[in-house]
Design a protein around this ligand. Structure first.
Ligand code: KG4
Ligand code: ZN
Length: 365
């Protein structure tokens, strides 16, 4: 049996590259995940992600190692994305001839922001493919793509919607007026929420990336056992550096009294840190709904995989009458499907990049 969405896909295209179907190949390589995705008319057919476990032993991403791993991964990952897309197409209908690289209508890639060496691998690969296939190139901003991850699966928010984007490098509240009209109305003035998770996890002797481990331990702990500093920042901006310092000094004092304090209290410590981070995030998100009058509220970015944040969004939604949206897990952390969906909207707007474009580590919207 095929569901309605798949049925539409079957109806829309007599062949993958036929009149009805715009085929986008997307590449994401901004940090330590090499990912490729194929979508037809904004419907994701594959999303292949190669994680780089090498960084765990160093307690953080080592840029040089990340670039080398992208170099090794990029060809097999793109190949796998096309193969998986084909498998999906064959599940939907037997009428399609196999999708080949020549059926691609445009190549989208993450142009910024991120680690420059990592970005360059994806950018150079995308540019080479664009040149070789003579197909348009689409440059995508990684943070905009995180927001548009909310447009991949049903139910989707309607415009305008608010999005709290929380990742390892960014924390932003964005108003999405349309797929390509995104406005930042609040952001962190120091650390990102993901950094707050990862840096406190390191203080708790947890390996990198600490966010998912804090999440797991927090589920067994008491969120109100320990109290950490909350910032008093005006407007819709965030700050996490005070929390980090507060955890550091608290642990220093506690360890003087009991050197095994962390091990004995790990679940409660994780629960209390997570509770504080979520409280800081949700306070500003609520303020944003009040200021804008928008009640369609999404979350995005790696930290939106956090179970406490997901529950908090649902609770606030019920309490304050918001309609809430959370992307499926695989579209929360870094992935090429979000680059593909953004690439699709840019394709419709004919927003193509020149081959002279290069990756940049930092970029304004
Ligand atoms: O969006 P992302 O995959 O990469 C960046 O663009 O930064 O986000 C990575 C961040 C890391 O800081 C990681 O610890 C955090 O997302 N993260 C989580 C969870 N899963 C990933 N933080 C808290 N709870 C999680 N379950
Ligand atoms: Zn990201």
């Amino acid at each position: 049996m095929i569901d309605k969405k798949d049925f539409e896909l079957q109806q829309a295209n007599s062949s993958p590259s036929g009149d009805g179907g715009v085929v986008i190949l997307a590449i994401e390589s901004s940090c330590d995940e090499t990912s490729a995705s194929v979508c037809i008319d904004g419907k994701i057919l594959s999303n292949v992600i190669a994680n780089q476990t090498i960084h765990e032993q160093y307690g953080g991403v080592v840029p040089e190692l990340a670039s080398r791993a992208h170099m090794q991964n990029i060809v097999p990952v793109v190949d796998a994305a096309i193969k998986k897309a084909n498998e999906k197409i064959q599940q939907l209908t037997t009428h399609y001839p196999p999708l080949t690289i020549h059926d691609i209508d445009a190549i989208a890639f993450t142009q910024a922001p991120g680690l420059i060496g990592s970005l360059l691998v994806g950018a150079q690969f995308a540019k080479s493919l664009s040149l070789a296939l003579d197909k348009p190139l689409i440059a995508v901003h990684h943070m905009q793509a995180h927001v548009l991850a909310n447009l991949i699966s049903d139910p989707k928010p309607t415009f305008p919607f608010l999005c709290l984007t929380v990742s390892g490098g960014h924390t932003q509240i964005v108003v999405a007026h349309s797929p390509l009209q995104l406005e930042i109305i609040g952001e962190t003035i120091d650390d990102a929420a993901g950094e707050a998770f990862d840096k406190t996890a390191k203080m708790l002797n947890l390996p990198y990336p600490g966010g998912p481990l804090i999440d797991r331990n927090a589920q067994k702990g008491d969120p109100k056992k320990f109290k950490f500093a909350e910032p008093q920042i005006q407007g819709l901006n965030f700050s996490f550096s005070g929390l980090k310092t507060s955890v550091l000094y608290f642990l220093r004092d506690a360890k003087l009294k009991d050197e095994n304090f962390i091990e004995k209290n790990i679940d409660d410590l994780c629960a209390s840190v997570q509770y504080t981070i979520i409280k800081i995030l949700m306070k500003k998100l609520k303020k944003a709904t009040e200021q804008t009058g928008i009640n369609q509220v999404c979350i995005a970015g790696g930290v939106s995989a956090n179970s406490g944040l997901r529950n908090a969004l649902k609770e606030f939604g019920e309490k304050y009458n918001w309609q809430t949206f959370i992307p499926p897990f695989e579209y929360c952390t870094d992935n090429a499907a979000m680059i593909a969906i953004t690439g699709f909207y840019k394709y419709l707007a004919k927003d193509f990049a020149d081959l002279s474009i290069s990756a940049t580590a930092r970029a304004e919207w």
